[in-house]
Design a protein around this ligand. Sequence first.
Ligand code: CP
Ligand code: NVA
Length: 310
Amino acid sequence: MSPAPALRHYLQFSDFTADEYAYVFARAALIKKKFKAYEKHQPLTDRTLAMIFEKASTRTRVSFEAGMYQLGGSVVHLTTGDSQLGRAEPIEDSAKVISRMVDLVMIRTYEQTKIEAFAAHSRVPVINGLTNEFHPCQILADIFTYIEHRGSIKGRTVAWVGDGNNMANTWLQASEILGFKVHVSTPSGYEVDQSIAGIRSADSYQVFKDPMEACRGADLVTTDVWTSMGYEAENEARRAAFADWCVDEEMMRAAQPDALFMHCLPAHRGEEVQAEVIDGPQSVVWDEAENRLHAQKALMEFLLLGRQPG
Ligand code: CP
Ligand code: NVA
């Protein structure tokens, strides 16, 4: 048996190199092919994943839980309400205890500093299942989906229409690592912040006041809810500010004729996206959601076992 790889966490997109992403995407394609053929792929037999949710989830919960079982392992599901996390047990103590009992931890929480504190005291790999600042597992699946439909994303243009949120920040990190461009259009007051996004320079993205201009010539148009989890108190102000940031058919017409539309979901038709777009022929949102499963299986295998032959 080959030795376990050095402890690695996946807390933000910049935790892997372009070469590692090339491996993980190829591995996800192989794992998906086996899954579709009902062929067993169980390299994580007897391994346990702890999933900690401090915010709601459908896709992240189902994809990590089903994925871990399919890989031969098992899952423990914790929420703030039903664990001592909700009763102020220090995050460092929780990390020390949980990571003595399981092989891998996935956390969905608020501040990025919280997941970093957990990882700093964890004996096992920690995966970011969404924080206020980042959503790396989603962009992993999104880029895998882009590659499946259109080939390499290198040199392509992604239009981001909407909030300068965790998804936008993660797209920016990905563009710097994988060599593509992001056209960002947000309402004023909701701009991306380069220092929060954690990118070295502004070379890989361009800011547009007009969302239509951001979409012009884009290979992929993508958006997200106007109000992310944790920001519900701002709902009314956001509804007013974001009214023009709705991806519609006109914006899709401004993009490349073969442009794809993506949305991490859940979506609000009639707010950030028109029903005709998300339910239209350029939308790949269902493939995108399914690919969370395949991409994260490749991610979990890579963190626990490193690169695998064949
Ligand atoms: N896209 C995504 O992360 O969905 P959930 O909130 O349902 O997990
Ligand atoms: N930006 C959204 C993504 C949900 C998957 C949020 O953080 O709520």
